[in-house]
Design a protein. Structure first.
Length: 492
């Protein structure tokens, strides 16, 4: 009977040692898949069973997986920008609350080095298929520095789902193996949501559990590190935010970008390894003879044949020593590899132009470039929706729940906006010509014109309007002076 198909079936043949602290079969596969995909990304030598076919040299592992992951990472949510706007009128960003909230948000993002953490977590989220953020606070710190944002290892993340709705979480466990008294134990921090209370109450508890017990809903810790404690009443959402690489109906977890391509990666490494072996054998050559083994004149013992550049091989009369014909060309191997590599790029929606291989004529043609980039841009847009929605939720909770609870600061009527940067470089010359044409035709205002130009890197001083007005006034005054001078000269 065939094994049941799971999101981790394609990577299962590449699993390493099973972790001994997890018993649930699906969670066991999930955690093993994280390690397997990470090893594939970093081309760890023992991931694929590459055969050397008669040689004891080292196999060659191609970093194809890294190419696909890094290409996807480049186009998914680049240069994320977070800001706060008015909740009633999103066009307003200069109300007292939005100004204060933006200042608090900027301070938090800078202090927590958030954007650097975000970029690292995003890459590993694409590798693993899941990435997780954790919000905590320390009341012993000074005001304005109590909240912490942490990117967690996805292997710590174990949601407790509602039996009636797999997409609804009633709790989350953050678990990791630890050694206590020379024995493996599991340290678990558990958040639970109680919706029977108004407002919804979030509790947190922490303890050390036996390896075979911690996954049970009613498990009792062997050591209590923190008794069940209610978070401040302002906090009504579990402060653990899981993100998926892509959405799969009925699956509370995501999937790696490399899912389904594992065997192709293995085959490409095998092809290149065989090609290297063929080149080595063709260069060194293989020989055959019916002559006896050479005898060392001093030791009178048999020695290996010495064949190499600059050496002369003496054959006894009546013996035959010939070179065995080998591979005449590695072109078929290269063609086979190129076909596999191209298929992997197509399957992952990573066209050549996205990888950086683009013809100059295609790059110069906006339509051709858009058509070639459309697969990866479409894929990136799907990922962006998942990421941006989760980031908006997390930072809205931070500003409206955690700041009032721990920083003694309340922001009223605010909304959080998350905006990715441009995934495709802007054709500055074409865009500038368009803006100039629209400005000349009176289609856009000078303010809009400057706003769009600033997006392309141009900078304008705050008093640019006054400078322009002063220049016009000076020009008008000079024109009037010239006119008066001409009239005076004409009268004279």
């Amino acid at each position: 009977m065939a094994d049941a198909f799971t999101p981790y079936s394609t990577v299962a043949p590449f699993f390493g040692t099973k972790p001994n602290w997890i018993t649930d079969p699906l969670n066991l596969q999930r955690i093993q898949s994280y390690e397997a995909y990470e090893r594939i990304y970093w081309t760890a030598p023992d991931v694929f069973a590459v055969q050397m076919r008669g040689s004891d040299a080292n196999p060659v592992y191609m970093p194809t997986a890294r190419t696909i992951v890094d290409t996807t990472n480049r186009y998914v949510c680049p240069d994320l920008l977070l800001n706060v706007v008015n909740g009633t009128n999103p066009g307003e960003t200069d109300t007292p609350d939005t100004i204060a909230a933006n200042m608090a948000l900027d301070d938090l993002l800078t202090r927590e080095n958030f954007y650097a953490k975000f970029n690292g977590a995003k890459r590993y989220g694409i590798i693993h298929g899941d990435w997780v953020w954790h919000v905590t606070a320390d009341e012993t710190k000074e005001l304005g520095s109590r909240i912490t944002l942490t990117a967690l290892d996805a292997s710590m993340y174990f949601p407790i789902t509602d039996p009636e709705n797999v997409n609804r979480f009633v709790g989350i466990k953050l678990a990791m193996p630890v050694v206590v008294d020379d024995k493996t134990r599991v340290r678990v921090q558990t958040y639970r949501k109680d919706t029977t209370k108004t407002p919804t109450q979030i509790t947190v508890e922490e303890g050390i559990f036996e390896v075979n017990e911690w996954e049970k809903i009613d498990a009792k810790p062997i050591q209590v590190l923190r008794a069940p404690t209610a978070l401040p009443p302002q906090i009504t959402s579990i402060p653990v935010y899981g993100l998926k690489n892509f959405e799969e109906p009925g699956n509370p977890y995501g999937s790696s970008e490399m899912r389904g391509l594992e065997r192709m990666f293995s085959e490409m490494s095998q092809v290149v390894t065989d090609e290297g072996l063929a080149l080595a054998l063709e260069g060194l050559g293989a020989y055959s003879t019916d002559a006896p083994q050479p005898i060392d004149p001093i030791t009178k013992q048999q020695v290996p044949w010495r064949i190499g550049p600059g050496r002369v091989l003496h054959r006894p009369p009546g013996t035959k020593f010939d070179r065995v014909g080998g591979v005449g060309s590695t072109t078929p191997m290269g063609d086979h590899y190129d076909r596999l590599f191209e298929a992997s790029l197509r399957a992952s929606s990573s066209p050549d132009v996205a990888v950086g291989q683009v013809d100059a004529q295609v790059a110069a043609s906006g339509i051709a470039l858009a058509l070639q980039l459309s697969p990866i841009l479409s894929k990136a847009q799907e990922r962006n929706r998942l990421i941006l929605g989760r980031m908006i939720q997390m930072f809205y909770d931070v500003l409206t729940m955690w700041y009032p609870a721990y920083e003694q600061t309340t922001f009223n009527d605010i909304a959080v906006q998350a905006q990715p940067g441009e995934a495709v470089p802007t054709d500055r010359e074409t865009r500038r010509d368009e803006l100039n044409d629209m400005l000349d035709r009176g289609v856009i205002s000078t303010r809009y014109y400057r706003t769009e130009m600033e997006k392309m890197g141009y900078e304008f001083p705050d008093d640019i309007e006054q400078q322009i007005a002063a220049d016009k006034a000076a020009g008008a005054a000079a024109a009037n002076a010239d006119a008066e001078r001409l009239l005076t000269e004409a009268g004279a």
